[in-house]
Design a protein around this ligand. Structure first.
Ligand SMILES: [Zn+2]
Length: 283
């Protein structure tokens, strides 16, 4: 084919691409980077939730798959680690920054999530709904390697699963733990009360390192400190509610930013009406 053809094709594709971008208001794909956890376990970071990549002789297991627009770059990063195909995707929960790649990947890979996460995807009319779902626990064994998916209670949503790599002594928590302010998705069954118990259940697992839903890999102590911050904020909201403060007053007066990495704007502001209501019950 002539060079002119290719130039025309490239121009057409670029135009189509910018139209799509304009239509979807989506930013251009971020540059993803790969962090090594072990020889066969890596994390793809940047744009959306953290993606764990477990490589085996029989194929790749991913935990989460960011946004749909990230799929080509995710697959390019996987190809730098192995020539084997992606066989499985385990979703930590249904949010689109963790399941956006499902619609593309489900054509060639099996996708698994907790049954409530699946039900939330159906309810919210999200693309890429998985064919398989589990209730409490799901084990995936591939070429002698293992990932255990566990639903440990309510929290960020009602369908969160923690992915445990027992031999690596690593967990991927999804958004049950992020290096910053949590979001309690009350519309999809989230609960701050349940979340505290779920964090204890996570800490009861046998592991040393954590891949959080968003942010840097860390150890158990960061999760313990983060839970203490979460309890502090919950305690403040509960006290203000008991003192008769309205949601507007709590929103205005709640001190948040003395907790490392926490912010009163954004995600917490979105969670606050539900948190106030939850902690005011039976006052
Ligand atoms: Zn989430």
């Amino acid at each position: 084919m002539s060079r002119t053809y290719w130039v025309r094709l490239a121009t057409a594709l670029a135009a189509a691409g910018s139209l799509w971008l304009a239509a979807s208001q989506a930013p251009p794909p971020a540059d993803l980077t790969v962090t090594k956890v072990a020889d066969d376990l890596h994390v793809i970071v940047g744009s959306g939730g953290n993606v764990a990549v477990l490589t085996t002789e029989e194929g790749v297991i991913l935990v989460d798959d960011k946004f749909e627009r990230n799929v080509p770059e995710i697959l390019a990063k996987v190809r730098t680690l192995t020539d084997k195909p992606v066989r499985y995707v385990l979703n930590t929960h249904q949010h689109g920054d963790h399941t956006g790649g499902n619609a593309a990947l489900i054509q060639t890979a099996e996708i698994v999530a907790h049954k409530n996460a699946r039900a939330n995807m159906v309810k919210n009319a999200q693309p890429g709904v998985m064919r398989m779902a589990f209730s409490d626990e799901f084990e995936l064994h591939l070429a002698g390697k293992e990932v255990r998916a566990r639903h440990l209670g309510l929290g960020h949503t009602n369908g969160d699963a923690v992915m445990h790599f027992p031999k690596h002594r690593v967990v991927h928590t999804g958004d049950l733990f992020v290096r910053g302010t949590p979001f309690i998705d009350y519309a999809n069954g989230g609960s701050s009360d349940g979340w505290m118990k779920t964090l204890d259940n996570i800490l009861a697992l046998d592991f040393d390192r954590i891949i959080p839903g968003h942010g840097d890999i860390c150890g158990r102590e960061e999760l313990v400190r983060w839970k203490a911050s979460f309890e502090t904020i919950r305690g403040r909201v509960r006290e203000m509610s008991r003192a008769g403060k309205s949601l507007e007053e709590v929103t205005r007066d709640l001190k948040v930013d003395d907790q490392p990495g926490w912010s009163s704007t954004g995600l917490l502001a979105r969670s606050l009406p539900g948190l106030y209501e939850e902690l005011s019950r039976g006052r």
